[in-house]
Each structure stands twice: as C-alpha cells, then as structure tokens.
Design a protein around this ligand. Sequence first.
Ligand code: MN
Length: 128
Amino acid sequence: MSAKVILLVEDEPLLRKLVQHTFRNSDYEVLEALDGEEAVALAKREKPDLILMDIQLPKISGYEATRRIKELPGLGAIPIIALTGFTLLAEEGKARDVGCEEFISKPFQPDFLLETVRRFLERPASTD
Ligand code: MN
C-alpha cells in the first residue's frame, strides 16, 4: 500500500518545518504549496488524500483555494482542514461554509494535529 499524501498549504517556513517534523515518523508523505494558487494546481495534479490549508496566504486566500478545489471534478471529497491564527468562531463558520471539514487554530499542539489528520485518513474509504 502506498503512503497517503497530505498537501500542506502554508506560507510560513517555520510552520512548514513544524508540520513536516510532526509527520516525520508517520506513514504520510507531506507535499508543500506556498500560496493559494499553487494549492489549487497541486491538488489538481497530485490528488492528495488530505489537505492542510492555511487561510492567510499570498495570491488567493485559503478560503478561496478551498472553494476552487472543492469545485474541481473528483476532488470534492478530499478532506480539507483549515489552519488559522484566527480563533474567532466566525472564522470557523467561514471555513466550514467554503467546505473545510475541520478547523484548527494556531498555535496547535503537534500531537493534536497528528490525531486530527489520522481521524480522517484512517477511517474506512467512502463509497461515493
Ligand atoms: Mn499564512
């Protein structure tokens, strides 16, 4: 069985490093996109198993990138977890409105991130 692929969309180098470190001993491969447009292009090309989406990004926001990815044929079922420094409840609502399945506020505990990702990736495959 090949490794599951996570697409990490994050413009902060330190956060990319932290996330890579978090998954270093996991079975998951972490690809990186540095802005919203790259996120859409890589999602289309690589069809990752899950996407970790920063919201404040260069070019287009994580909300807009999520909206576009969810509209692409065959990509709508990829779970997208929003990662944001905003902790307002309104932001979580916005993330869910554009189609994010989950919302994690920064700063987050690496273990919590790992558990949340596992919850999505280790569940039985959906039939649709
Ligand atoms: Mn950012």
